[in-house]
Design a protein around this ligand. Sequence first.
Ligand code: CMC
Length: 436
Amino acid sequence: MQASDIKATLSFSDGSPAIEMPIYKGTIGPDVIDISKLYAQTGRFTYDPGFMSTASCNSKITFIDGDKGELVYRGYQIQDLATNCDFLESCYLLLKGDLPNAKQKVDFETLVSHHTMVHEQMQFFLRGFRRDAHPMAVLTGLVGAMAAFYHDGLDYGDPRIRDIAQIRLIAKMPTLVAMAYKYSVGQPFVYPQNNLSYTANFMRMMFGNPCEEYIVNPVLVRALDRIFILHADHEQNASTSTVRLAGSSGTNPFAAIAAGVACLWGPAHGGANEACLQMLEEIQANGGVEKIGEFIAKVKDKESGVRLMGFGHRVYKNFDPRAKLMRETCYEVLEELGLGDDPLFKLAMTLEKIALEDEYFVSRKLYPNVDFYSGIVQRALGIPTDMFTCVFALARTVGWIAQWEEMITDPEYKIGRPRQLFNGFTSRSVKPLNNR
Ligand code: CMC
C-alpha cells in the first residue's frame, strides 16, 4: 500500500479534538482512508451497512471499474482472457498471479486431473439427502463434508497443505456438482475421465451415462468454459467476503468455501440467473413479447416488489462486460444447436432493448448483468434451472480460494470482527412466566 501525501481530517461539531487519518493509494481505483485507529482515538465506530464505502481488505487479484464496465483478473481484461485462454489457465492466473507458460499449463492440467475423483464414501453421504432437495443445499453439504474427507493436513500455515487443498477444491467441484445432479435425476454417477479437458469432463459427468459413449461438442464445451471464466472471480462480493470472513477464524478452507456456496445461493447474488430464467419463462407463458410493457410497469411499481432479474449491479454502473461476452456465447450456442429462433432469447433481447431505453433504468444506471444471458446459455446446454447456481459455485471456487490464500498470507491478516450500532433494549429484568 502506498501512502498518499494527502491526509483526511475528521472534525466533530461538539468540540472533540479533530483527528488525522492516513490515506492510501492502490494501483487503480479510489483511494482509501485508514480508519483502523478511529475507535482507539475517538471512541466512535463507522457505520456502513452493506459496505457501500468500505474496503474490507487490500487485494491484488481482481479489479472492477464499475463506471467503465471493466473486469480485470491480475491485470488482464476479461474479454482478453475469455477470448484467448481457457478456464484452467484463468485458474492458474488467479491462484499464482501470472498466466502459465506451455509447460506450467500442462503440469497444472495434469495436477488438477489427478484430483478429480472424490472419496468413494462421499456417495453414501450424498445418498442421505432427499432426491428433490435443491442442488445448492446438497452442494453446500458436500463441500462442507470435504473437510471431513480430506483432513490429512490441517496446518494451513504450511503452504504445501494450502496448495493441495486448493487443487482438491478446483478438481473435485465438477465431480461433486455432477454427482448432485445425477442423484437428483436418479441416474448412476459418472466417474471423471482424465484425458478430457476440465470442462469436457464436467459435461460428460453431467450428461453422459454408462450405456453409451459421450460425444464431446467443442462449441458447447467452449461456451461452458467461457461461463466458468466469466464467473471465476469478482472482487469482494458477498460470497467472497463470506469466505474471507469465515476463513479469518482459521477454519479449514473447505468449511470456508462451503460458507461461500451458501451465500452464493441467494437470489440477489448467484441465484439471480435461476431467477432470471424463471422470470423470462413466466413472461413467455403469460403472453411473451406482447406483455413486456405490463411487466416493466410492474417492475417500476415499488409496491409490487418485482425486480427485473439480471439487471442492475452494486458495482457496474455501466454495462457488465460479462453480459456482452455472454450474449455473444448465447448466439454461438443457439446457432450450434439449431435454436436460432429460441423464443426466450428473442424475449430477452426485446426486454433488454426496452429496458435500456426506459428512463427508470437509464436514470438508475441499471444495465444487464451476466445473469441476463447465462441462464439461456445453460438451458440450451441442457443444464436444469436449479443447477445454474451450482455451476456458478463451481466456477467461483477458484476465486474464493485465491482470495482465501491472499488473506491467510497477508501480514495484516486478523480475524474479521465488524462492530455495530446497538439500538435494542439496554436493561430489562426477566418477569416470572405467568406475568409476561
Ligand atoms: N429491477 C428494478 N429496479 C431495480 C433493480 C432491478 N433489477 N435493481 C435496482 N433497482 C432499483 C432499486 O429499486 C433502487 O431504486 P430507488 O433508488 O428508486 O429506490 C435503485 O435501482 C438502486 O437499487 P439498489 O437495490 O440500491 O442497488 P444495489 O446496488 O443495492 O443492488 C442488485 C444491486 C444486484 C442487488 C440489484 O440491482 C438487483 O436486485 N438486481 C436483480 C438481481 C440480479 O440480477 N442480481 C445479479 C447480480 S450479478 C451476479 C453477481 O455478480 O453476483
